[in-house]
Ligand binder design. Structure first.
Ligand code: GLN
Length: 235
């Protein structure tokens, strides 16, 4: 059994960093449990094959599956130099004006762009989605985004903090997912390069462009680890 050690970074400047870390740990555990189950099933199948070979000695080759276990090293990223060794990165929620300025100043923005170019998966939730976008509608003066996914997002599209809410989101490939929306942006338009990945009624609340996934809601604030599992499978 081989061991695949992944380095998954969480930008730790502001926001729900520990919640993402916790959710990632639970998601890794679930993925490994499922892998182990699959291995057990395939071992039993091989056992049955061996038994049937004894009964009928034709030339049956026994297929043994190469099994790997994924373990994740979670890195709380505060400096640009911590980004190149990562296999994947999460940019959590927070306040996009503050985080945006800090990542520009510290050279983190350039490292994130380089990481995206290499095809490494990046997940942005809420503020993270705003920062990953091509265009921010209603942005603060001078606010810049990274332009890594071809979407335009409107900040605070669902209202202020007191208008926060939870609602079932339709997530492509996952199904209904409990969406937690806190001063959330909405994805107003999805360009040619990107694809809508999650919706809430008529509104697009998640989009993916290859290795970049932008979500307006907070999957880390639920018990449900399916979005983090989906992200880990993008690696
Ligand atoms: N409205 C916030 C912003 O513009 C995002 C809120 C959040 O991440 N929950 O950054």
């Amino acid at each position: 059994m081989t061991n695949q050690l992944l380095k998954i970074g969480i930008l730790a400047i502001q926001g729900d960093v520990s919640e993402h870390a916790d959710c990632l740990r639970r998601a890794l555990k679930k993925l490994n449990t499922r892998k182990t189950l699959r291995v057990l099933v395939s071992r039993n199948r091989n056992k049955r094959l061996r038994q049937s070979r004894k009964r009928c000695p034709v030339n049956l080759s026994i297929h043994t599956e190469a099994v790997s276990r994924i373990s994740g090293d979670i890195v709380l990223v505060k400096n640009a130099c911590e980004i190149p060794p990562l296999d994947a990165l999460i940019i959590p929620g927070g306040e996009s004006t503050t985080v945006g300025k800090l990542i520009e100043m510290d050279g983190i923005a350039n490292e994130i762009k380089a990481m995206a170019k290499k095809g490494k998966p990046i997940l942005g939730t809420c503020t993270g989605a705003i920062l990953l976008s091509r265009e921010i509608v209603d942005c603060a003066e001078g606010q810049k985004s990274l332009g890594l996914i071809d979407i335009s997002v409107r900040r605070n599209a669902f209202g202020r903090q007191r208008e926060s809410f939870e609602a079932g989101v339709d997530f492509e490939g996952i199904g209904k997912f409990p969406g937690v929306f806190i001063r959330a942006p909405a994805i107003e338009s999805v360009g040619k390069g990107a694809k809508a990945a999650a919706s809430l009624g008529e509104k697009v609340v998640g989009a993916r462009q290859g290795n970049v996934l932008a979500l307006a809601f907070h999957p880390e604030l639920t018990e449900d680890t399916r979005v983090h599992e989906y992200f880990l499978q993008m690696i």
